[in-house]
Design a protein around this ligand. Structure first.
Ligand code: ZN
Length: 161
């Protein structure tokens, strides 16, 4: 297992736009593996995008604990957005804060998997929320930018074990 440092709010890297992956090299595979390790390790995160580990590439990993398990997206493109839902979001890069954010209820996304094969996925509910949240990271957008009425909640500090 190999963990990477999670970049937190205030670091300008989180505000930059990520570049597409031109070739899926062993470095990209290692990046995907390390991102998943880091996501599962850090307070059981449900998604992580490459800029959060300081790499400006269009890559993210999600696992919302449903039947899909771990999903990896390279050069993703959201091709359909439908309906709306509001969910209280948090982020490994914005520790101690959460906010209600409006997202599409249902999306379609296409991307490459780690073998370079294109796939398309339809997602709704929490998975759609999580994918939209991670996708925003690739554009330099954080969930707090989209907080409904600018309302950001600061959570009580809890001691990590
Ligand atoms: Zn995030």
């Amino acid at each position: 297992m190999s963990l990477r440092n999670v970049v937190v709010e205030g670091d300008p890297i989180l505000r930059k736009k990520s570049r597409p992956v031109d070739e899926i090299t062993p470095r990209i595979i290692k990046l995907l593996d390390d991102m998943a390790d880091t996501m599962y390790y850090e307070n059981r995160g449900i998604g992580i995008a490459a800029p959060q580990v300081g790499v400006l590439r269009r890559v993210f990993v999600v696992d919302v604990g449903d039947e899909h398990g771990k999903l990896e997206f390279i050069n993703p493109e959201i091709t359909m957005r439908e309906g709306t839902q509001v969910f209280c979001e948090g982020c490994l890069s914005v520790p101690g804060k959460n906010a209600d954010v409006e997202r599409p209820e249902r999306i379609k996304i296409k991307a490459l998997d780690r073998d370079g094969k294109e796939f398309e996925l339809e997602a709704d509910g929490l998975l759609a929320v999580c994918i939209c949240h991670e996708y925003d990271h690739l554009e330099g957008i954080l969930f707090i930018d989209k907080a409904i009425d600018g309302q950001i909640n600061v959570m009580e500090e809890s001691d990590d074990e």
